[in-house]
Design a protein around this ligand. Structure first.
Ligand SMILES: [Zn+2]
Length: 379
């Protein structure tokens, strides 16, 4: 812990603050920055000059207005959208996604790759390949950091992927430091539903919400009073007991919700891949229809229980399962109604592509707090 703050620290803190204001406001003048920050005109000029030199902001002159007076027109400062970026990755057994996001939170590139979760070394190699490919697309531009949205249990504080039920030999993998060492960049690792929720709630006034991702697994994230609430292993709704001593789950236990309501669990019960099960249910095959009805009832009960426990009515749903909602959604809502009576939760559906985006947004927020503008001050 530092005992004092020196002049250089002050300069970095001010640069981050000034840059934060320009990001939040869009276009600003130096005069406005002087008023909003209580910094001197000299300090504002110095910091903005350094931000321009480092490629974080650009200066724009408004077009000359016909008939305007001879007074000096102030130039505007805005975020340079073409110079610095963060990368977001989503590691999910349904597929790997990567995005490049600029410092105005806009996606400028996306890539995807099928996921191979058979073994740890194969999966790690796939993650490195995708990261390599997305880093290449950013060319010579500056990448400030990487955010990884990770399925399974995550220790976000230490950047560790604790477990991944779909990959048998994956345990306590220090993914953050592995990727950081390989690419020489700061890397953060977050539980994927948290990243989707982060992207979903960015720029909104959302305060309390539960998000559920349902595909090959079941992930859950919770926002309480505006903050995403998490601890490693918390909110593993997919591995609560749905049926005591019931169907086997990928985690090794029996009767978990995932064994009944995830695509992988349903396929295991059916004995054929999930797309075959969905096709059979569409054709009215009774065994397949029953599995979807079972899924709808189990998922409705689990979501209503979570809603009651946390006293949150606002539920956001996402994941590949919602592409098949014509096979179960009516039954699901019917079950929700039967469980919660006159005061049922409300549902909306969002896009899982937001996992990579949300991870990149978290990386952007962390990076801009620590931007540096000039090494010469250290001499
Ligand atoms: Zn389980």
């Amino acid at each position: 812990m530092k005992k004092y703050i020196n002049q250089q620290d002050m300069k970095q803190a001010n640069a981050a603050d000034v840059f934060g204001l320009i990001r939040a406001r869009g276009q600003v003048t130096r005069k406005q920055l002087e008023q909003w920050t209580n910094l001197s005109w000299g300090a504002v000029s110095n910091i903005t000059a350094r931000l321009i030199q480092s490629g974080y902001i650009v200066e724009t002159k408004p077009e000359k207005i016909e008939g305007a007076g001879a007074g000096r027109t102030p130039s505007y400062l805005a975020v340079n959208e073409a110079e610095h970026f963060c990368i977001g990755l989503d590691i999910n057994s349904s597929g790997l996604q990567a995005v490049v996001v600029n410092l105005q939170n806009k996606i400028v590139k996306t890539l995807s790759k099928p996921a191979d979760f058979r073994r740890k070394d194969i999966l790690l190699s796939d993650i490195y390949k995708l990261t390599d490919a997305i880093v290449q697309t950013a060319g010579g531009h500056h990448i400030l950091g990487i955010g990884i949205a990770m399925q399974g249990q995550v220790d976000a504080l230490n950047g560790v992927s604790v477990s991944l039920p779909h990959c048998k030999d994956w345990a306590q993998v220090p993914l953050g430091s592995l990727v950081s060492e390989r690419f020489g960049l700061p890397v953060l690792v977050e539980h994927d539903p948290n990243c989707i929720l982060y992207a979903q709630s960015a720029g909104t006034k959302t305060e309390n919400v539960i998000l559920l991702r349902v595909d090959n697994g079941i992930g859950m994230a919770v926002m309480l009073e505006g903050s995403i609430f998490d601890r490693p292993g918390m909110f593993e709704l997919g591995h609560i007991c749905a049926v005591p001593n019931g169907a086997p789950c990928s985690c090794g236990k029996k009767g978990c919700l995932e064994a009944y309501a995830s695509q992988e669990g349903m396929a295991r019960r059916y004995g054929k891949p999930f797309d075959r099960l969905a096709a059979a249910a569409k054709n009215g095959e009774s065994k397949a229809v029953l599995l979807f009805e079972d899924m709808a009832a189990q998922l409705a009960a689990a979501i209503c229980n979570a809603s009651t426990l946390l006293h949150i009515k606002n539920i956001v749903l996402c994941g590949d399962m919602w592409r098949y909602q014509d096979l179960f959604y009516d039954k699901f809502l019917h079950c929700v109604q039967a469980i919660s009576g006159d005061n049922p939760p409300s549902f909306s559906v969002t896009d899982v592509e937001n996992a990579a985006f949300g991870a990149a947004l978290i990386a952007v927020e962390r990076s801009v707090k620590h931007i540096r503008v000039g090494k010469d001050d250290n001499k």
